[in-house]
Design a protein around this ligand. Structure first.
Ligand SMILES: Cc1ncc(COP(=O)(O)O)c(C=O)c1O
Length: 371
């Protein structure tokens, strides 16, 4: 094991730089006793909506809650079908099932691994109500054809933007493209709290009001419940931490893009390795830098031996998970997503990554494939 391990994500480096400001937030919370709701939640919601470019934002407890409240605010009911992709984190789909909907998976584009608009129309049935493209790894799905098909069939689109804070599609920010968008603010995300957090954004203030009620036990006024909801609020200290970090998000995303460009350049000669492509329509923010590699598991092991942490996002497509056996979709149903799961590898990626660390990762990959 190398003396200086390289983590997949280095949250310690990020927070070291911000320690003074973050500790001040904690001290302020202790001094005021303001832990739930209040000015920092309102402030974060206004600032995040402004950053994304939507009329409104509802801060919630996690990205999973953001998806849950988005689906429920849009009125998803038992028997409704919703289309999404199998190569995502289960949060995208579990909230659909919990709302009573049936999941319809479609395969992904081989270059970007985001929803393939070419297979979308064939999956639509009279019971389809919505589409959930996932902006995977920090790159937008190809939204124009998806939005056109949705409009043609009268379907809503919820963007799963959990990995795409600041990403763009043809100059428009992810989060402004669908009816609603759900962001995770989990610590390891491009914008992450110091615990669980998430947000729903959109321009339809009426629907977002439903989300606001859902996060607060169905109440608009304390102890006055128009319906049943959840305890799904964004907590005040996380909102304040997020305000500190949101100010750096632009420069952090730029740093991620620089590291990605270095990886691409340095890996260009390594024939057995192919970084996923950055689509011409996209401004990718590299939540993850993902390559395809032959002998992926052996490569991952060799990198680990040299102190380099990597990840596989995700090793088993959702339709092959025990949780979804009832959908009766075996191997072969979504060949692009299935093949990708066997060869993808996420390399270390975080804003504070140094040139020296990128070089070490690339050298270790070269050494592995050296004849
Ligand atoms: C694509 C995707 N959707 C949804 C989520 C759920 O977010 P959270 O972990 O904040 O609940 C995540 C987080 O990992 C994600 O990557």
């Amino acid at each position: 094991m190398s003396a200086n391990p390289i983590p997949l994500v280095d949250l310690v480096a990020q927070h070291r730089e911000l320690e003074g400001e973050l500790v001040a937030v904690f001290r302020r919370a202790l001094a005021t006793g303001g832990f739930v709701g209040g000015a920092d939640v309102d402030g974060f919601e206004a600032e995040f909506a402004a950053f994304i470019g939507t009329a409104s934002c509802v801060g919630v407890n996690s990205g999973t809650d953001a998806l849950r409240f988005a689906y429920q605010a849009l009125g998803v009911r038992t028997g409704d079908e919703v289309i999404t992709v199998p190569n995502t984190f289960i949060a995208t789909t579990e909230a659909l099932t919990q709302a009573g909907a049936t999941i319809r998976f479609v395969d992904v584009d081989p270059g970007t691994l985001t929803l393939d608009p070419g297979v979308l129309e064939a999956a639509i049935t009279p019971r389809t109500v919505g589409i959930v493209p996932v902006h995977l790894y920090g790159q937008s799905a190809d939204m124009d054809p998806i939005l056109a098909i949705a409009a043609h069939h009268g379907l809503w689109v919820v963007e799963d933007a959990a990995q795409a804070h600041g990403a763009e599609y043809k100059g428009r920010r992810c989060g402004t493209l669908g009816r609603l968008a759900a962001f995770s603010l989990y610590p390891a995300k491009n914008l992450g709290a110091l615990g669980e957090a998430g947000a729903v954004v959109g321009d339809d203030v009426g629907i977002l009001e439903s989300g606001r009620r859902l996060r607060q036990h169905g109440a608009t006024r304390k102890y006055h419940h128009e319906m049943e909801g959840y305890n799904g609020r964004l907590d005040a200290m996380q909102a304040a931490f997020l305000r500190v970090k949101l100010r750096r998000l632009g420069e952090w995303n730029e740093a991620r893009r620089r590291h990605a460009a270095r990886y691409r350049e340095a890996l260009a000669g390594v024939g057995e390795v192919e970084p996923l492509s950055e689509a011409p329509y996209a401004r990718h923010v590299y939540h993850l830098f993902v390559i395809r590699a032959e002998r992926r598991d052996a490569l991952q092991h060799a990198l680990a031996q040299r102190g380099i942490a990597t990840g596989v996002h995700y090793p088993v497509p959702l339709h092959l998970q025990p949780a979804y056996q009832h959908l009766r979709l075996g191997r072969g149903a979504f060949p692009v997503a299935e093949r990708a799961a066997d060869v993808i590898l996420s390399l270390p990626m975080f804003p504070e990554l140094t040139d020296g660390q990128v070089c070490r990762v690339v050298e270790a990959i070269r050494d592995f494939f050296r004849p």
